[in-house]
Design a protein around this ligand. Structure first.
Ligand SMILES: *Cc1c(COP(=O)(O)O)cnc(C)c1O
Length: 228
């Protein structure tokens, strides 16, 4: 089982490296976040033994349980799921990153609840890039105003933008959605925000995301197999 995880991790890292090379990105420009939602702590421990340190979780209680089981390991935890107001205290205290921030009210709570000794919580604004009714995320038209407000919060460090595009028919269509997220970041950088992160790309579309400038891909199935 441990070998399986090492093999899959190597295969995904090879995909990242090949895409960086193919699309003229600097080697190592793209970080791999292992999305471990619904996977048992033992699977995370096996992936950590194979060399992976950053893990993404969608559900707060499930994540806290696994953190407790894996407390002996030096892992970096990223929250990537929908954020309920009654869960912000745990998220602010226990995670290093949040990718799914899409409301200023929630940002203010996370900032106020970030414990004093910890560095500011790294956050990305989630954008509903295809304006799908069913999806979380900010409307693209609202990103500028929310980014400016979030960047001013002392307990947070705004790092960039995140999106989960609608399923696309082919590689070109995948690239178009990611290119739109990249374009949304450009005026923010021009306005003086130090945004170094584009969190985009998953198991099925990470090459297209890397082609359009992803700095972090969030990969579950390709690493852990189908979710339980
Ligand atoms: C589940 C999930 C992923 C990983 O998706 P895969 O297709 O399994 O790679 C990435 N990002 C978010 C926000 C997710 O919820």
């Amino acid at each position: 089982m441990t070998t399986d995880f090492a093999d899959r991790l190597r295969a995904v890292r090879d995909r990242l490296r090949a895409a960086e090379h193919r699309f003229q990105r600097p080697p190592g420009a793209v970080r791999l976040l292992a999305v471990s939602k619904t996977q048992p702590a033992a699977a995370i421990a096996a992936m950590a033994a194979a060399g992976q340190t950053c893990f993404g979780e969608n559900y707060v209680q499930e994540a806290l349980d696994k953190m407790a089981e894996l407390a002996a390991l030096a892992l970096e935890w990223h929250f990537i799921g929908p954020i309920q107001a009654n869960k912000t205290r745990d998220i602010a205290a226990r995670f290093a990153w949040v990718h799914s921030l899409d409301r200023l009210k929630i940002a203010e709570r996370l900032s106020a609840q970030r414990p004093e000794p910890l560095p500011p919580l790294n956050v990305c604004l989630q954008v509903n890039i295809d304006r799908e009714a069913s999806k979380h995320g900010l409307d693209p038209a609202d990103v500028g105003a929310v980014a400016a407000a979030v960047a001013a919060l002392p307990g947070l460090r705004l790092r960039g933008l995140m999106a989960i595009p609608a399923p696309a028919a082919d590689f070109t269509a995948q690239r178009h959605a990611f290119a739109r997220l990249r374009s949304l970041r450009e005026p923010l950088i021009a306005a003086g925000l130090a945004l170094d992160t584009l969190s985009m790309g998953m198991s099925d579309d990470l090459e297209a995301a890397i082609a359009e400038g992803a700095t972090l891909v969030r990969v579950g199935t390709a690493l852990f197999g189908a979710r339980l």
